[in-house]
Design a protein around this ligand. Structure first.
Ligand code: ADP
Ligand code: MG
Length: 214
């Protein structure tokens, strides 16, 4: 059951990720259960669960995590042609975050140049008791408003921390309330220097060449 107590404003040690983080995961955005944006108002990009075993993390605990997501689409959700421009990393995390602030209302989003864009994300791994799922799923909500869907885009995930385990929700309202808090916790957690700097990690913008796995 979901504990009836106030939630922490941030998750994970302030200094930065500690083992087993950062965890890497990547895959193609596929159709999910068609319930994310329609029922909850919070779209989640689904990637196949096989992505998890590629990284050797079949044993990863179910729950809610946060980190950075690299996409081969631009801030509108449109495909970026690979090879158009440089990697766009090493320009300084602060600069990237500032740019993100100007471009989107959700705050700490990071735009990009050339080989993809990098965004703050909150993700859930696991069984979803509320919907009585029979398979595990990896669902990623990106803290940015995209005017277009980006199905079949490639998504590289750098998971930096754990927010909470999955709970069995008594109502859809309490589930949505917790997801809204998860989004805030993820955004705040990633603003800390020890987490913000991972935004420049080359893995996030390494597309093409199939599954890079770990
Ligand atoms: P599905 O059940 O197919 O996953 P959703 O209702 O969860 O459908 O919507 C997810 C899709 O919405 C993603 O695959 C992506 O193309 C799009 N999308 C748009 N904005 C976002 C966002 N901020 N975060 C995640 N996905 C988004
Ligand atoms: Mg979804």
């Amino acid at each position: 059951m979901r504990p009836d107590k106030p939630r922490d404003p941030v998750a994970g040690p302030d200094a930065g990720p500690e083992p087993p983080f950062p965890l890497k995961l990547n895959g193609k955005v596929v159709k999910g259960f068609g319930r994310g944006s329609k029922e909850l108002g919070i779209p989640t990009a689904n990637i196949p669960i096989e992505g998890l075993s590629v990284g050797g993390h079949e044993d990863v605990e179910s729950g809610v995590y946060y980190g950075w997501a690299g996409l081969d689409v631009d801030e509108r959700g449109k495909r970026i042609e690979q090879g158009a421009g440089g990697l766009g990393v090493g320009t300084g995390v602060e600069q990237e975050i500032e740019r993100g602030k100007g471009e989107n209302s959700e705050g700490e989003g990071g735009g990009g140049s050339g080989g993809g864009t990098v965004w703050p994300m909150v993700m859930s791994i696991g069984w979803n008791p509320f919907y009585k799922n029979t398979v595990r799923s990896v669902e990623v909500h990106i803290l940015h408003h995209f005017p277009h869907d980006f199905y079949s885009a490639h998504m590289n995930l750098l998971i930096l921390g754990f927010i909470r385990p999955e709970y069995d929700y008594v109502s859809k309202e309490s589930l949505i309330e917790d997801i809204r808090i998860d989004i805030d916790v993820a955004g705040r957690s990633l603003q800390r220097e020890g987490y913000a700097r991972w935004m420049g990690d080359g893995y996030l913008r390494a597309f093409g060449g199939g599954d890079v796995g770990m």
